[in-house]
Ligand binder design. Structure first.
Ligand code: NDP
Length: 332
């Protein structure tokens, strides 16, 4: 692709595809790098019940509908990972193993990935009974006993999904209350197959070639005990997928991309960011809410948002980034 493109979108989840839909309908002919495998976290979710207009739809089905919708408008989607970027000056360069694209603007929508406990035994037994995706791997635990770690919505969802396969699901949480939404908590707490183990951490995954059990430690007494399980599922949160952008655009201490909108929100709501800094970014970002600190580079979705983190809010941010790009290109 030798000619300079208007906009490259990095990410094929809800934020990236929403940005692709809007920029293509604005005649900007976006080029999308959707990653490999494409689709983001929705492809790892089972039932989605909070997408307005669908009372219930499977995550992979929803993303596939979004993709065919976007493709109807002639968007080029490459299921390739971006391997390097050059944001030093416009036109920006975005490279995958197979191609290099130059563009006047970029929308980053790379999302986030599951977190791990980072125990040596957990990493060694990944794919051998340790997983971070009940939808993908739950089937392998038919009539088995499994455990889930975490106290947020992800952990609740993993535990409920696993009840469709396993005979028993332990939900291990390091506190004495969940932070998950009330409706998910209720479903978990009244499920006959789920037993919650409170105030407890997993300190080791037992087994040589496959998971045979867990070593648990009480947070209060520090007492250790073993629990026999065939599988362990992590549901402890996510990390933004932004390694590629380190030292190229501004990231916060957790790796989330700093946009003008998020900075202003942190400043206004929590007084965390000094006013001078907000003003500086505001000037450099040309008042575009989704702009990063590099003019012409925008960001949307879970790689930016650590507050709402919903597919629906990611779509809204993707649309906002598309509109910001449209205005930005008109300024040229
Ligand atoms: P959260 O950050 O909300 O929860 C992470 C959980 O894991 C917390 O309970 C945390 O414990 C625990 N945890 C974190 N690190 C460790 C560790 N090292 N050892 C043990 N436990 C640990 O992440 P989620 O992924 O659950 O949710 C993220 C966002 O996505 C939320 O806003 C959620 O509502 C949303 N979501 C919505 C869904 C839906 O609507 N269908 C589905 C899934 C997620 P502690 O509480 O002690 O900090």
């Amino acid at each position: 692709m030798s000619e300079i493109q208007n906009v490259v979108i990095i990410g094929g989840g809800p934020a990236g595809l929403a940005a692709a839909l809007y920029t293509s309908r604005a005649n900007l002919k976006p080029v999308v790098f959707a990653g490999s495998p494409p689709g983001g976290q929705l492809t790892l979710t089972s039932e989605v019940e909070n997408w307005l207009g669908f009372e219930s739809i499977l995550g992979p089905e929803l993303i596939s509908k979004m993709r065919s919708h976007v493709e109807k408008f002639g968007v080029k989607i490459f299921d390739e990972n971006v391997t390097s970027i050059d944001f030093a000056k416009a036109p920006f360069k975005v490279k995958s193993i197979d191609r290099e694209v130059s563009a006047k603007s970029v929308i980053i929508a790379t999302g986030a990935k599951a977190l791990w406990l980072n125990l040596e035994s957990e990493q060694r037994l990944k794919g051998k009974g340790v997983s971070a995706c009940a939808t993908c791997d739950g089937f392998f635990f038919k009539n088995k006993v499994v455990a889930v770690v975490g106290g947020g919505d992800t952990a609740m969802e993993e535990a409920l999904t696993l009840t469709k396969f396993a005979t028993k699901v332990y939900l291990i949480h390091r506190k004495d209350s969940f932070r998950a939404s009330k409706i998910m908590q209720e479903r978990v707490l009244k499920h006959e197959k789920i037993e919650v183990i409170w105030n407890t951490q997993v300190v080791e995954v037992l087994g040589e070639s496959r998971v045979e059990g867990l070593k648990l430690q009480s947070v209060e007494s520090k007492e250790l005990k073993n629990l026999t399980v065939d599988g362990l599922f992590l549901g402890i949160g996510h990390k933004p997928d932004t390694e590629l952008f380190k030292d190229k655009i501004e990231l916060d201490e957790k790796g989330y991309i700093v946009t003008f909108d998020m900075l202003a929100r942190e400043h206004l709501m929590y007084g965390k960011v000094p006013a001078e800094k907000v003003k500086k970014i505001q000037e450099s970002a040309g008042h575009s809410p989704t702009s990063t600190n590099v003019l012409g580079v925008f960001a949307a979705g879970d790689c930016v948002d650590h507050v709402y983190r919903q597919a629906t809010t990611a779509v809204g941010m993707g649309v906002a980034a598309a509109l910001d790009v449209e205005r930005w290109l008109e300024l040229e």
